[in-house]
Design a protein around this ligand. Structure first.
Ligand code: SF4
Length: 490
């Protein structure tokens, strides 16, 4: 039981005790009556294995009920809330304020997400600010935690990525989130035991003990159709799974029993693989949840056999621990590797004219640019020259905090969500969730791989100082005004 005055947190306690636990997603969309959600919360609170209700915010890119209000009311009914907090429509000050509100209300569990891009047809949509990315958000929460606020931070990861760049980025980004202070990782939606295993093995290999919750979705035919078409972004339903769900829905019960059984089997597999718990979605029915929990217990002895059946990936898709992977999985157009000539030339120039460490050249340039900086018209002129060079080459947006050198000369401001630490979970077979083109982070990965610098992608890239937008990043860099990875600050 949780109330505002105590610090009991069943989610944290279960994870600490190593007790397999369940978190149930409560979709606080505008379509669900809030009173109905709270009835559900009361019922879930009566299930001992359910340690939290995860209250969505802006799910699928559309506004819903205020997750803080719903979470507070759920807690009053005995269900610990896990509040989704996204970077959509709030800048860092707004996010800090929201976190202060959560802290003031004693709401400890936060699910820190980048968030889906707002749907264009939602007239109430907030400005898609994306000032911070999810790694920045975890850092922000951790800073507040260092200052005494009590937070337990969950983050998302999707192992269900079937091209190499997408898959490796997900894991690299999870490492960044863990380094930033994440306490728990929750997977995206997918039905592929080998991918669940891959994620666990990746963390184990690196000695990372962060607990994992596997997403277990009770999948009906309508949602299966939508997810198979890529909505919500990042969910993966293979054509074979879609076909199976369609077939099942022809049964007299409309496929209800089959989908609950699939959910229970997935939970059994997760338990067998050593996951810390399951994140149940797709149903708000407490009886169904109780049935899945009970049935998963019965199925546990058969988990290895069931894992073999949970194989709705992508034929020929990328699997990290398989030895041979085809250049492009079935149905995916092979993309041309990004050009390496420019990055190599810039690397060479960087070696010939070193300015990222304390050299004579750097000191000279500092003096010159400090002089330019004191003359606003001259500084503005230099900014225009910089933009004239960098816009055609990199799509520069004049953010004033250049991190091209850390991102294989790909400008992060050309990502529609302006992320700086890797792609969001919405990529699909290497393509952007927002615009119909390859994800820019695929290019970053491919270049890093060719240059043998994949591990360098784990470097934390801080949020830009947005007050520097429209100023020369060359001046900002040399006068140490900008925001960039620490390694260059000497
Ligand atoms: S990171 Fe900023 S300064 Fe550098 S190319 Fe992109 S927008 Fe321009």
């Amino acid at each position: 039981m949780v109330d505002g005055a105590t610090v009991t947190n069943p989610l944290r306690d279960a994870l600490r005790a190593g007790r397999f636990c369940y978190v149930v997603e409560l979709v606080a969309s505008g379509l669900t009556r809030e009173a109905r959600l709270l009835e559900v919360a009361s019922r879930l609170a009566a299930l001992p294995d359910v340690v939290a209700g995860s209250i969505t915010s802006y799910a699928g890119g559309a506004l819903g009920h205020d997750p803080i209000r719903v979470g507070t009311a759920a807690r009053a009914r005995g269900l610990a809330p896990n509040i989704h907090l996204t970077c959509v429509g709030q800048d860092r000050q707004g996010l800090r304020k929201t976190l202060e509100d959560l802290h003031a209300l004693g709401l400890e569990n936060v699910f820190a997400l980048t968030g889906d891009y707002p749907k264009a047809d939602d007239p109430r949509q907030p400005v898609p600010a994306f000032d911070l990315d999810s790694v920045h958000l975890v850092r922000l929460i951790d800073e507040m935690r260092q200052a005494g606020a009590r937070f337990h931070v969950a983050v998302a990861v999707s192992p269900f990525k079937y091209v190499e760049a997408d898959a490796v980025w997900q894991y690299v980004k999870l490492e960044k989130k863990i380094a930033a202070g994440a306490d728990l990782a929750i997977t995206q939606v997918g039905w592929d035991a080998e991918k669940f295993r891959e994620l666990k093995a990746y963390l184990d290999e690196r000695g990372l003990r962060t607990p994992l919750l596997g997403n277990v979705y009770v999948l009906g035919p309508k949602t299966a159709e939508r997810m198979a078409a890529g909505s919500p972004p990042g969910c993966w339903v293979s054509p074979e799974l879609l076909e199976a769900v369609r077939r099942e829905s022809g049964a007299p019960d409309g496929g209800r029993r089959a989908r609950l059984e699939r959910a229970a089997r997935t939970v059994a597999v997760l338990r067998g693989l050593g996951y810390a718990g399951a994140y149940l979605g797709g149903t708000h029915d407490a009886e169904q949840i109780a049935w899945i929990i009970r049935r998963a217990g019965e199925l546990l002895p058969r988990w290895e056999e069931l894992a073999g059946e949970l194989a709705f990936g992508l034929p020929g898709g990328f699997y990290l621990y398989r030895h041979a992977t085809p250049a492009a999985p079935a149905g995916v157009a092979a993309t041309r590797p990004p050009g390496m000539r420019l990055p190599r030339l810039l690397d060479l120039l960087g070696r010939l004219f070193p300015v990222t460490r304390d050299t004579g050249l750097r000191r000279l340039l500092r003096r010159v640019l400090a002089w330019v900086d004191r003359r606003p018209r001259l500084a503005a002129g230099l900014e225009r020259v910089e933009l004239a060079v960098k816009r055609p080459l990199f799509g520069c947006q004049a953010c004033g905090n250049c991190v091209l050198g850390h991102l294989e000369y790909v400008c992060p401001e050309t990502c529609p969500k302006r992320m700086r630490n890797g792609p969001c979970g919405g990529t699909r077979l290497g393509r952007c969730e927002v615009v119909d083109r390859p994800c820019i982070w695929v290019g970053v990965y491919e270049r890093a791989k060719q240059a043998g610098r994949v591990r360098a992608l784990t470097t934390y890239v801080p949020p830009p100082d947005r007050t520097l937008a429209g100023t020369s990043s060359w001046i900002n860099f040399l006068l140490d005004k900008d925001s960039r990875p620490r390694s260059e600050r000497g």
